[in-house]
Design a protein around this ligand. Structure first.
Ligand code: SF4
Length: 82
């Protein structure tokens, strides 16, 4: 399956080494619809938690969202409650 960083031409990570990338999805080389964002975001500091919550408000505008809407909507609903 095509990875999110290949589908999203605006991905800031795609030319980085995974160990240097800020996105947990890219770090572990799994699609953004496949990783447990709730667990990841819950374990962050309040500042980083807010950063990622804001970051994911952009998800509906990403081409990955259209292809994985069900998984993304489930995740975004749970993240909104954190
Ligand atoms: S979730 Fe991360 S790796 Fe995937 S497209 Fe977005 S920024 Fe890139």
């Amino acid at each position: 399956m095509t990875a999110c960083w290949e589908l999203n031409e605006k991905c800031v990570c795609k030319w980085m080494h995974p160990s240097e990338a800020p996105c947990p999805s890219f770090q572990i080389r799994k699609g953004c619809w496949e990783i447990d964002w709730v667990e990841i975001i819950s374990s962050l500091s309040p500042e980083k938690k807010e950063y990622w919550k804001k970051f994911m408000e952009k998800c509906p505008n990403c081409p990955v969202y259209a292809l994985h809407k069900k998984e993304k909507d489930d995740t975004l609903e749970k993240i909104a409650l954190l």
